[in-house]
Design a binder for this molecule. Structure first.
Ligand SMILES: [Mg+2]
Ligand SMILES: [Zn+2]
Length: 237
């Protein structure tokens, strides 16, 4: 069954299609960690907009603090079909967002660079009908355009394979934080996580290890002797 593919017809909505202006700020693009909200950052309470019911997953605050210290921009990307279904209003969700941001600041010293919401409902088969509902990559792409983010150096962390797929479709690496949210396990190459972690400490350890390996590769390239032929084929002419 074709659950979703990139050529699935989409309905034009208020947030799509969006245009990405060229990076005119001359500032280098930043790497980011995109974080799913429900079941990843906070415990999943279906269609919750009550700030009193926000509770962070174990280790989430420490992890975000560490990632921020390493220079990653932190953004939340969340499907909220309850908006399309009329279960809560944008104002109610905005209050929840403000409470979430305030708690991150006070309890962890963490500042979110952004929070992207897909307010649309999926189609009858569960496939997105917009460009932003995960597993579509629109929220990540939109955030990258808004904030000047380097998607190729960025990560998506989420508790289901739709998060993994959204990250990969945006050109990021994707980590599945397996907190029990995924129950269907529909697999495809786009939905294969780069790492599966049972908790937030595993997420930060994996990203740190990857960063260290990248740095080693960079040093090895720069350490190449100046006398070595750069293009071996040119010397045989
Ligand atoms: Mg989730
Ligand atoms: Zn959407």
């Amino acid at each position: 069954m074709n659950d979703w593919d990139p050529f699935w017809p989409v309905e034009p909505g208020p947030d799509a299609p969006w245009a990405c202006a060229p990076n005119s700020r001359a500032a280098p693009l930043r790497p980011a960690v995109f974080i799913d909200k429900d079941g990843t950052l906070v415990h999943n309470v279906a269609f919750n907009v009550d700030p009193a019911k926000l509770s962070f997953l174990p280790g989430a605050l420490d992890a975000l603090r560490q990632l921020q210290a390493q220079g990653f921009a932190l953004l939340v990307v969340t499907n909220q079909s309850g908006l399309a279904q009329g279960l809560f209003t944008r104002a109610q969700f905005a209050r929840l967002q403000a409470a979430l941001e305030a708690r991150l600041a006070v309890e962890a010293g963490v500042r979110l660079l952004g929070l992207e919401v897909c307010p649309h409902a999926p189609g009858p088969s569960g496939a997105p009908r917009c460009l932003c509902r995960k597993p579509a990559p629109g929220m990540l792409q939109r955030a990258a355009c808004r904030h000047g983010l380097d998607l190729a150096r960025s990560w998506m962390v989420g508790d289901i394979l739709d998060d993994v797929e959204a990250g990969h479709r945006a050109g990021c690496r994707s980590i599945l934080l397996d907190s029990g949210g995924e129950t269907v396990w529909r697999r495809s190459p786009m939905r294969e996580p780069d790492a599966v972690c049972e908790g937030w400490s595993g997420v930060t350890a994996h990203i740190e290890q990857h960063q260290a390996e990248r740095a080693d590769t960079g040093r090895a390239l720069h350490a190449r002797p100046r006398s070595a032929p750069v293009h071996a084929c040119a010397a045989t002419r």
